[in-house]
Design a protein around this ligand. Structure first.
Ligand SMILES: *Cc1c(COP(=O)(O)O)cnc(C)c1O
Length: 397
């Protein structure tokens, strides 16, 4: 059994705060501060450019990718880190479209994170030639996969509601109709067990700064199914994805396997922070995370619904059909969240009316859940949100 008291002790959690926003930005692993300081002073400071070899900087994106692979049901050598998630979405889609040249449709859903949709739109515009992005309601994705679809672009867990798609069923339907799949695991990696190899997913991408705690700006990851590893052609054909970057050839030849999905120089300092987080993750069972996540989310729904009749559950009631977050709707959701944050409970708001709370078993406790539900009940019962300062929208919500 995973010892969640021990994992919690490895995070810096400020006094007086209940943090329910690790689904947006994970907290600081205590060891990350010294690991990053070491990378700065001992590696960069003393080794200078020899750090690429001596400190293993060049292999870091693959080495850490292998540690993430275990958490998402992927084989070693199929995951690499780099760039941001938006860029990785573009890269995966471009490769998938090239592998399915007779078709022109990217299928996604209206619950997807806008950046994924924007990247798909931009790619279609660049390609011209009849490429289109088609979106349907989340419940209609499976039925909408037909012989015109080249690739599905689906985020497994909806960032607003926490609704979870059936990855196995959608992947099977896509393959039966000759489509490829790109799965976005932004709200899955570190949140719930994922079985990329078992479901046969073609491509997957995800972030590390949410449930995987790599810190603000931490790089994304990309997964490529082994059967495509020597077939997929990277549209973002940067030198570090080349077969021999230091041959400085004038023409591009993709590297072997997942190496080809690298683009440029890796973010070494940010990867040092991720490494400290993965030291915690290495001892964690995703099955245990899921069990505890369901306990925490069920407790939160029960306690909030009992005390706050004005809040409407926006997440699926069946825990099997959601990720590791709970969302409630209220027309004054933004101001309610600001009042709650002022009382030391940090969640976030997603337009138009969603109060969002992430549950991250590595450091969220049952006492946190009760404390958060109580604070929310006080805000609602006393309409504490009706203050002008809580209604002023900040740049980041
Ligand atoms: C968080 C998130 C992103 C963010 O992309 P960045 O390029 O890292 O800013 C993209 N897609 C989804 C589904 C997300 O949840």
């Amino acid at each position: 059994m995973t010892d969640f008291a021990a994992t919690r002790a490895q995070f810096h959690l400020p006094d007086g705060i209940i943090y329910l926003d690790g689904n947006s930005l994970g907290p600081l692993p205590k060891a990350a501060a010294s690991r990053v300081a070491h990378a700065v002073t001992e590696e960069w400071g003393k080794l200078l450019i020899t750090g690429w070899n001596k400190a293993g900087w060049m292999d870091q994106p693959i080495r850490l990718g292998n540690r993430i692979a275990r958490l998402i049901g992927a084989a070693p050598g199929t995951v690499v880190l780099g760039d941001t998630l938006s860029v990785k979405v573009y890269q995966a889609l471009a490769s998938a479209l090239e592998m399915n040249p007779a078709r022109r449709v990217i299928l996604s859903d209206t619950g997807n994170f806008p950046s994924d949709l924007y990247m798909a739109e931009g790619l279609c515009r660049t390609l011209g030639n009849g490429y289109v992005l088609k979106t349907v309601a989340p419940e209609e994705v499976e039925a909408a996969i037909d012989g015109t679809v080249a690739v599905t672009l689906i985020t497994e867990v909806d960032y607003r509601t926490g609704r979870r798609h059936d990855m196995a069923a959608i992947t099977a339907k896509a393959h039966a109709t000759g489509a490829l799949t790109v799965w976005d695991l932004a709200h899955s990696a570190g949140a719930l067990p994922v079985d990329l190899a078992g479901t046969g997913a073609d491509f997957a991408v995800g972030c590390t700064y949410k449930y995987l705690n790599s810190g603000p700006g931490g790089p994304a990851f990309i997964y490529l199914a082994p059967r495509h590893a020597d077939v997929a052609r990277p549209a973002l054909s940067g030198w570090l994805g080349h077969e021999a970057p230091f041959a400085f050839d004038l023409t591009y030849r993709p590297g072997g396997g997942i190496e080809r999905m690298r683009v440029g120089t890796p973010p070494v300092l940010q990867l040092a922070a991720l490494e400290a987080s993965l030291d915690i993750w290495d001892g964690v069972s995703m099955a245990d995370v899921r069990t505890r996540s369901i306990e925490l989310t069920e407790q939160f729904v029960r306690e909030v619904e009992a005390a706050c009749p004005a809040l409407v559950l926006a997440s699926p009631r069946d825990p099997a059909r959601r990720g590791s977050q709970i969302s409630f709707r209220h027309p004054e959701g933004y101001a309610i969240m600001q009042a709650l944050i002022a009382r030391g409970v940090i969640g976030d708001f997603r337009a138009p009316d969603i109060l969002r709370f992430g549950f991250t078993p590595l450091y969220t406790t049952h006492a946190d859940v009760t404390g958060a539900a109580r604070a929310l009940a006080e805000v609602m019962a006393n309409t504490l949100w009706e203050r002008p300062e809580y209604k002023m929208r900040a740049r980041v919500t």
